[in-house]
Design a protein around this ligand. Sequence first.
Ligand code: RIB
Length: 305
Amino acid sequence: MPKVVVVGSLNMDLIVRAPRRPATGETVMGDDFRILPGGKGLNQAVAAARQGAATAMIGRVGDDDFGRRFLAFLDSEGIDRSGVRTTPDCATGVGIVTLAGGDNAIIVAPGANMRLTPDEAANLPLAAGDVCVGQFEVPLAATEAAFRRARDAGAVTILNAAPAQALPGALLEVVDILVVNEIELATLSGAPISQSSGAAEITAAARGLLRGDRLVIATLGARGAMAVSREGLHEVTGHVVPVIDTTGAGDCFVGAFAAALAGGCDRLSALARANAAASLSVQRPGAAPAMPTAAELHEGLSRTH
Ligand code: RIB
């Protein structure tokens, strides 16, 4: 069965919940603090593995307690970590997450993530039908090397262009499926897209990023997602659920989507599964620990049909 290979970041998330965020120079008392595994790459790998996909992670951790905790966590999730190297004299990446008013704001200190080299990504054990997933929290050169290798092997490449930054043309060239939120779509397209943009504006901006058979997916939080390809537009509406923590919801979408493709789903069924999986993840605290299992997704989907 095809596998999912995630080339990406591992950040230990230091999460504080507070009634509101402080203004510059102000101190606000929070009411809950947790340390949980995260990082966009790791979250996506966990989301894929919990959906039953054979999953491998390629990345770097530091030679410290957080790094060792990640290695044990990857083992406990059944994720192949032979491509995760421990980097001496370097801290494991961390995400400083503030939760306020049902939403999150994050600062990442990438540490070891930025030591990933193109060489480590250039020889991935990929085969036709596998799915290779990347994001922007490791060096772009490593992601590009992985995607070139994936293309040579006949694997599908999915780029989650997060966090938002300009995308070099050479990397975009080797992307089969591009997943962006509103901010990332605005950054890549140059269009003034925001959370209040309508379907027509989002579709027009996404169309500008199409090449050949590429699929561009805009994830729109509670509004659901829109997928644009040369065949046209396909929309999935968001599920109305009680939200506990939105951290990693986009990562859940990407990982579940990749797992569905690896499992043989077509792109539109994968979209529906990913949308439903993300709506389950926001109902639990944390990023990686909140990813739903295949059984939970099955139950969630049967409740909504
Ligand atoms: O997408 C959520 C993730 O972004 C967090 O887990 C944090 O570590 C940052 O990478």
